[in-house]
Design a protein around this ligand. Structure first.
Ligand SMILES: Nc1ncnc2c1ncn2[C@@H]1O[C@H](COP(=O)(O)OP(=O)(O)OP(=O)(O)O)[C@@H](O)[C@H]1O
Ligand SMILES: [Mg+2]
Length: 296
């Protein structure tokens, strides 16, 4: 079997300061296969950016294991890490000021991170990328003359400059309007169709309903997953589907390696009559949970 692009096992991240300790990731398990487009959702503070930053090599995990593109991020040397951040992963942030230099032209911005030798090659590759994100006509514009959505497209071109194995995006549509957000999603879908592995953090419901796999994170752990229904698989780019309201996905809870699952909050009430004891039975190949209350 081919190696997964991302393999996180029991990943823990603790932020320590003088007064406090924040447990941002609390034993997170996730496998992302090569070629997948995955969305990561979850409440504010649930650990999405923390996880993305670990994968991007921007911050060190505290415990557990994390292997990305065959690189173990616990044992990686400083020198390898520099190469990893440049060549293995590409990063798009919500706030594209982190990606872009305002006083340079679009073309210069895209050429800047490139590792190709020869300015001719760099130029050709940059033009190809700008074509791909629909920004060729603005290649001479200065960054500060572009709209937010246009800047985000340039940011995507930059993230792809060194053909990373994995593209990471933290709320890439967080500060653009709905039409631009659709355009950016289409771009990700197109890149993914051409084999690019992508992990996107998003709050955008419509966007997440168009992704084959959506992973929900709660309190620093993966709590549930949604998978696109078979009948919607080939319709991801169709605008005739109302992605905001149609029920396009099936939802699953996640069982960890020890066999633990988290029961959705709205269902725990039924089970609580027996205190904290829950009866687990196997019937006709199905596992049935019921309250552990003694029958009268
Ligand atoms: N550098 C840091 N130092 C201390 N605590 C941090 C740091 N970064 C994040 N945290 C804390 O870790 C937890 C997870 O934060 P994180 O930014 O990963 O959440 P998030 O899911 O990305 O939220 P949002 O949707 O608001 O972007 C939060 O409690 C946050 O306050
Ligand atoms: Mg965040």
């Amino acid at each position: 079997m081919a190696e997964a692009m991302i393999q996180a096992d029991g990943l823990v991240k603790i932020y320590k300061s003088k007064q406090t300790e924040v447990l941002a990731l609390q034993g997170l398990d996730l496998t992302v296969e090569t070629g997948e487009l995955t969305a990561l959702i979850g409440n504010s503070g649930s650990g999405k950016s923390t996880f993305l930053n670990m994968i991007g090599g921007l911050d060190k995990p505290s415990a557990g294991s994390l292997v990305v593109g065959g690189k173990n991020l616990f044992t990686i040397s400083e020198k390898e890490l520099v190469r990893y951040k440049r060549d293995t992963v590409g990063f798009v942030w919500q706030n594209n000021a982190r990606n872009l230099l305002p006083y340079l032209s679009v073309l210069q911005n895209v050429m800047l991170p490139m590792r190709l030798s020869g300015s001719r090659k760099k130029r050709d590759r940059a033009l190809e990328l700008l074509e791909m994100v629909g920004m060729s006509s603005k290649k001479r514009s200065r960054l500060n003359m572009l709209s937010g959505g246009e800047q985000q497209r340039v940011a995507i071109a930059i993230a792809l400059a060194n053909s990373p194995q994995l593209l990471l995006a933290d709320e890439p549509t967080g500060s653009v309007d709905a039409a631009t957000s659709d355009y950016i999603f289409d771009l990700f879908a197109e890149l993914n169709k051409n084999g690019q592995t992508i992990l996107i953090v998003t709050h955008d419901v419509a966007l997440s309903r168009r992704v084959r796999r959506v992973v929900a994170i709660r309190d620093g752990r993966i709590s549930s997953e949604k998978l696109l229904k078979e009948s919607y698989m080939d319709r991801i780019r169709e605008s005739s589907v109302d992605w905001r309201t149609e029920d396009t996905q099936d939802e699953y809870v996640i069982m960890d390696r020890a066999g633990r699952i988290q029961i959705p909050k709205e269902m725990t009430g039924v089970l609580k009559e027996g205190g904290n004891k829950v009866k687990v039975e196997l019937q006709d190949g199905k596992v049935i949970l019921s309250s552990g209350k003694k029958e009268a």
